[in-house]
Design a binder for this molecule. Structure first.
Ligand SMILES: O=C(CO)[C@H](O)[C@H](O)COP(=O)(O)O
Length: 236
């Protein structure tokens, strides 16, 4: 296993061990790091006979829950979640996040917002001082297909940088989210922006469904480090 995969795995396992207990409703994030968390959750459920119910943040998370034989639920049945564990594309020193590299930002934000706490699991490359310092693929913005060109133009005109429509890899067309929307990726923005205000402003543009900026949502992050240790970060 590469040092990056080991880092993801140790962060994920520690978060599950520290934050999940019997009777919990658990929000299950998306991406590659969450796979290790679900594996650990499944181990603990078997070993400790835990009664845990899982609410997915994506089609991928749903499949992971089912293939690991965990109890699957949804927000209709469980609108209040004890803890959501999820990955991130970048985490700043205030635990503000960029998420949505995997295109699941809307469900991820809804599930996190229904949770008493959101715990981030990531490898050491995601740990930065300010957003945009490490992650260069851009801030994802989920939009209604109808409005993607005017939304792109408005963001570029007001804030600069470049906004592009995310294209599918194995299809001649755009990525379509689990909710039937498009994703815009905004690159070359200023990393010194006042993110809480920029986020609120972008969300006001008609046709913007959600942004991948998670401001003031996460309460703790676990970073797997290259030396095999796990760094814990909380909000100041
Ligand atoms: O936000 C996400 C998906 O929408 C993921 O959590 C994020 O992209 C991190 O993924 P990975 O664990 O593969 O690095």
């Amino acid at each position: 296993m590469s040092s990056l995969e080991t880092a993801k795995k140790i962060a994920a396992r520690k978060a599950v061990d520290n934050h999940v207990s019997n009777g919990n409703i658990v929000g299950v994030g998306s991406g590659s790091t969450i796979v290790y968390a679900v594996e650990r959750l499944s181990e603990r459920v078997k070993q400790e006979n835990l009664d845990v119910v899982c609410v997915p943040t994506s089609f991928q998370a749903r499949q992971l829950i089912l293939s690991n034989k965990l109890k699957l639920s949804d927000l209709d049945t469980h609108p209040e979640i004890d803890v959501t564990i999820d990955g991130a594309d970048e985490v700043d020193s205030n635990l503000n996040l960029i998420k949505g590299g995997g295109g699941c930002l809307l469900q991820e934000k809804i599930v996190a917002s229904c949770s008493k706490s959101m715990v981030v699991i990531a490898d050491y490359t995601k740990n930065s001082q300010c957003l945009g310092e490490q992650y260069k693929k851009g801030i994802p913005i989920e939009v209604s297909p109808l409005g993607y060109v005017p939304i792109k133009n408005k963001i570029e005109k007001k804030y600069g940088g470049s906004v592009s429509l995310r294209m599918a890899v194995k299809k001649a067309g755009p990525v379509i989210t689990d909710n039937g929307n498009f994703i815009l990726d905004w690159v070359d923005y200023k990393s010194t922006f006042d993110w809480p205000n920029v986020n609120l402003d972008i969300i006001q543009i008609p046709g913007v469904v959600e942004t991948g900026l998670f401001i003031g949502i996460a309460s703790k992050a676990y970073f797997g480090m290259s030396d095999g240790s796990v760094k814990e970060q909380i909000t100041s």
